[in-house]
Design a binder for this molecule. Sequence first.
Ligand code: ADP
Ligand code: UDP
Length: 241
Amino acid sequence: MIPLDKLYEGKAKIVYPTERLDELRIVFKDDATAGDGAKRATLPGKGQLNAAISAALFRMVEEEGVPTHFVRSDGPDAMIVRKLKMVPVEVVVRNLAAGSLVRRLGLQTGATLRRPILEHNLKNDALHDPWVNATHVEALGIASAAELAEADDMAMRVNQALEPALAARGLILVDFKLEFGRDTHGAMRLGDEISCDTCRFWDSVSRTPLDKDRFRQDLGGVVEAYREVWRRLLGEDGEGA
Ligand code: ADP
Ligand code: UDP
């Protein structure tokens, strides 16, 4: 079989067409970027672990009734997904204060919140993914109010599905970023990835980060932390992730 040319290469993944018009193949890279691209590294094993973690979490989310793009894993570092027309908005859900929320609002890392916070960022590297609200999204024609409300509702359901499931595996789901899009039938689905690159996971006991914050903050042991998350999700030892 002749390999098809890639459609798109991003910071963390490469998107390929497949022989089906309604499906794509997404390959997870070992490359890591942080600080708006200022910091870069290649972390051998990261791509395979994020592919395995994403597959496990997409399955959990689907089981709780949230439609996703995930079709199946395809080799150790890739997944076959339904092709989506992406809504160029990142939906962030937060259960505890961390990262940019702490910086913006002067909170303590780990501060409890009275309810989950939902935030939106425009997906635009040149503008550094600026914070927008629902009225910006509607006013600028990025998505309709109904579409954003549907994505928000799905994001909250993802949180309700994952937070207790991860807690049962000794992980605190601190916050995460989701991307949504419409499939070829017009239905909204969760797309992209749910991994240690896009979620903050803390060990429930020590509250140490087991996610990309280890890279952002130079804490070391990045791939080891991703492997620990994978091991807790799948109950295996990391071989063949
Ligand atoms: P970035 O574009 O932010 O550098 P990635 O390296 O993760 O990100 O590239 C993956 C790209 O694929 C992203 O632009 C994402 O929006 C897009 N994408 C994710 N899932 C799908 C899908 N099911 N259909 C079409 N595009 C998708
Ligand atoms: N996030 C992401 N991609 C981004 C920005 C954030 O996946 O471009 C995730 C990040 O991993 C965290 C959550 O979204 O789980 C909230 O990130 P935050 O706004 O705190 O930004 P950061 O601290 O990364 O600047």
